[in-house]
Design a protein around this ligand. Structure first.
Ligand code: IPE
Ligand code: IPE
Ligand code: MG
Length: 244
């Protein structure tokens, strides 16, 4: 694929694991397990086509309210996958990061996660960020709290607060906004994912259920993205002139 207009940052809402399993008459957990293969393929293809940042919505803040056996199975799967996949990620020069409220995770999960993050921290290839116990409203609320505290102590002047300042207090302070947000499973909503960062993202929805998502599906999304005209409030004519 020609390198032109490959998004620097792709974010994916990996949805449809439960329905995938149900279709086969299996437990939802089986869908989550099979979804790991789709993650592997997506990481590989993003590396191959030169995407720099891949952010995967793996567990939302709202997902804590699922039945406890499903939450427990997801936690075990998370540990298992990290342990199994880290060496391969490292071989591929992938740097692992997380965003979300990790403080609410069981300690055995955070220990393994932090080990993997530390282990891959010097890698210079794809930055793979897992959104875990993530919610945009939580993230923005935390940013507001931190900024307000600094206003109280005089470290920040209210009149100096602008979009750039706010961005520095979001969990994504060290990455660009995603140009493309993909959601699988046919649902067309953001479910509290990257609300600030996605202000001008191109949205791509596919009916493919996450466990079935393959390299070709990612390439289709990127192809569609490349056909879009990103106008950022300007007119189509202005955009054409800028290109000439
Ligand atoms: C996405 O698949 C994975 C998580 C939210 C953890 P779902 O589990 O939401 O699958 P559906 O939407 O019920 O099919
Ligand atoms: C969004 O999927 C969260 C993740 C993919 C991790 P959900 O399945 O939780 O979203 P809703 O509840 O259908 O909006
Ligand atoms: Mg879902």
């Amino acid at each position: 694929m020609n390198e032109m207009k490959i998004p620097e940052h792709i974010a994916i809402i990996m949805d449809g694991n439960g329905r995938w399993a149900k279709k086969l008459g299996l437990n939802r957990i089986f869908g989550h397990k099979t979804g790991v293969k789709a993650v592997r393929e997506t990481v590989e293809i993003c590396g191959e086509i030169g995407v720099k940042y891949l952010t995967l919505y793996a567990f939302s803040m709202e997902n804590w309210s699922r039945p406890s056996d499903e939450v427990e199975a997801l936690m075990s799967l998370l540990i298992e996958s990290i342990v199994k996949e880290t060496a391969e990620l490292n071989r591929n020069n992938v740097q692992l990061r997380t965003i979300g409220n990790l403080s609410v995770f069981p300690e055995n999960v955070t220990v393994k996660l932090n080990q993997a993050i530390e282990f891959t921290s010097k890698n210079t290839g794809l930055v793979l960020t897992l959104a875990l116990s993530y919610g945009s409203r939580w993230e923005i609320t935390e940013a507001v709290k931190e900024i307000a505290t600094k206003v109280t102590t005089g470290e920040i002047k209210p009149e100096s607060i602008n979009e750039n300042v706010i961005e520095q207090y979001l969990t994504t302070y060290n990455m660009p906004d995603p140009e493309l947000i993909i959601r699988t499973s046919g649902e067309q909503r953001l479910s509290n994912f990257l609300l600030w960062q996605g202000a001008y993202s191109e949205l791509y929805f596919t009916a493919v259920l996450w466990p079935d998502f393959r390299k070709k599906d990612l390439l289709e999304a990127v192809d569609e993205y490349r056909k879009r005209e990103r106008r950022f409030g300007k007119t189509g004519e202005q955009i054409k002139q800028e290109k000439d």
